[in-house]
Design a protein around this ligand. Structure first.
Ligand code: PLP
Length: 436
């Protein structure tokens, strides 16, 4: 890493460094924003969220569902609805937020490897459009619900046996997975037959998701090829057409300057090309509607987190710890996956970052480190506002109250306006659920 100022390509396209060196996003000065709403603070550039939704749809002859696990709140569900995307929910809780936001239930895709009968009943009663069925036990639950008059339209989730070349905790398309029906061992075909021949559920098509933070277009291509092969086998052996082919999400994003990965447009173009070729190669006559399900690549780069520096501790000849007022409770990814981030001081965004420091959280764990070997201006001091870019996905959605730390607020910025979309937790929220 070099002493260079923060790489602006890691920030939303609206990022500007002013004449005084301070950074603004969406026309809003970040230090002023921290003053108004407090820290830690999740900041999203609304224009960037929308632009990323639009980039997925541009030139794509299929449907895109935003994977809400990456980041969900009422305002986000509404934004997704306005942009015309469908919404993937993976639990009754995510579905509840979607319904609360008024998201059209028929545009919800319901996932999960262990959906309960209650969750399924709620989803079907609400009119959820697609249930992605994940196991034989779930099939049985859905068949029982059909007996109560609740007809499910299902996609069968397949594990295509493809390596995604990502962290093992977020690799989901290999045979040894808790998700879905194996392709190689014949379970996927058995599940499809049971749906088609059982006659109690409506078969719409197939689904797969190979993993998350995937940079390798060849991994998506391999999965697409396997899935089209299965489409062909189903049409031949079961005598039904496959109307929908959902290839999941997973496109990676650049977290640090040295990361290199395909753009959304490159990913979409590649998937479309690969699928078209596979249809021809496998001799499939029908053309299922293609679907994608991105989360991280829509929300991740549109967000950043602001903290206040509270302590600077230098251990001579060893390390400088810069401690901030958040940590693993607002961003679990460094601890869980060893995820890397960059950091900068929005007040001095153009300054050289010659200090190598470790940005620590405030939790009672030595492992609560947000950024190891972070680059910062050498004059970083207590009271400075510090930012970590690309925290829009799997940060707010994985946040906890560990050490009874209050979860941060979420602000959307756009065209010089800042809107509070999730309020900061207050101390009373910590005892709200306790019985007296
Ligand atoms: N679809 C499914 C079924 C998933 O499990 C996930 C995330 O793990 C996604 C979509 C979204 O993935 P990403 O955020 O990497 O695009």
């Amino acid at each position: 890493m070099s002493d260079a100022p923060v790489d602006l390509t890691l920030l939303p396209a609206s990022a500007r460094v002013g004449a005084d060196g301070s950074l603004s996003i969406g026309g809003i000065d970040l230090v002023g924003l921290a003053g108004e709403f407090g820290t830690p603070l999740y900041v999203y550039d609304e224009g960037e969220l929308r632009a990323r939704c639009q980039e997925y749809q541009r030139g794509f002859r299929g449907r895109v569902a935003y994977a809400s696990k990456a980041f969900l709140c009422t305002a986000m569900a509404r934004l997704v609805e306005e942009e015309g995307l469908d919404l993937d929910v993976a639990t009754g809780g995510e579905l509840h937020v979607a319904l609360h936001a008024g998201f059209p239930p028929e545009r919800n895709v319901f996932h999960g490897n262990n959906k309960s009968s209650d969750e399924l009943r709620t989803a079907l009663t609400a009119g959820v459009g697609r249930i992605v069925v994940d196991s034989f036990d779930e099939l049985q639950r859905l068949e029982r619900l059909a007996g109560d008059g609740l007809l499910a339209t299902v996609l069968v989730r397949v594990t295509p046996g493809v390596e995604a070349h990502t962290h093992e905790y977020i690799e989901t398309g290999t045979e040894d997975s808790k998700f879905g029906f194996g392709l190689q061992n014949g379970d996927a075909m058995r599940a499809v037959r049971r749906v088609v021949e059982g006659g109690r559920l409506r078969f719409a098509g197939l689904h797969c998701h190979i993993g998350s933070q995937v940079f390798r277009l060849d991994s998506f291509a391999a999965a697409a090829d396997h899935m089209v092969g299965l489409v062909r086998a189903i049409e031949t052996d079961c005598g039904v057409t496959v109307d929908e082919l959902n290839l999941g999400g997973g496109l990676g994003v650049r977290y640090v300057s040295s990361d290199e990965g395909p753009t959304i447009a490159q990913h979409v173009g590649s998937v479309q090309g690969v699928v078209a070729k596979a249809f021809a190669a496998h001799g499939v006559s029908s053309r299922p509607t293609l679907m994608l399900e991105p989360g991280r690549s829509i929300a991740g780069p549109a967000g950043l987190t602001l903290y206040t520096v509270g302590t600077v501790k230098t251990i001579p000849e060893l390390r400088t710890y810069v401690a901030v007022d958040g940590g693993m409770s607002d961003n679990l990814r460094p601890v869980t996956y060893g995820a890397r981030y960059e950091s900068f001081l929005p007040a001095r965004a153009a300054a050289s970052r010659s200090l190598v420091a470790t940005i620590a959280g405030k939790h009672c764990e030595q492992g609560d480190l947000l950024v190891r070997d972070a680059r910062l201006p050498p004059d970083v001091a207590v009271g400075d506002i510090l930012a970590t870019p690309v925290t829009g996905a799997y940060a707010h959605s994985m946040a906890s109250n560990y050490n009874k730390v209050l979860r941060p607020a979420v602000v959307f910025v756009h065209d010089g306006r800042a809107s509070l979309v999730v309020r900061r937790e207050e101390p009373d929220d910590l005892v709200r659920l306790d019985t007296p």
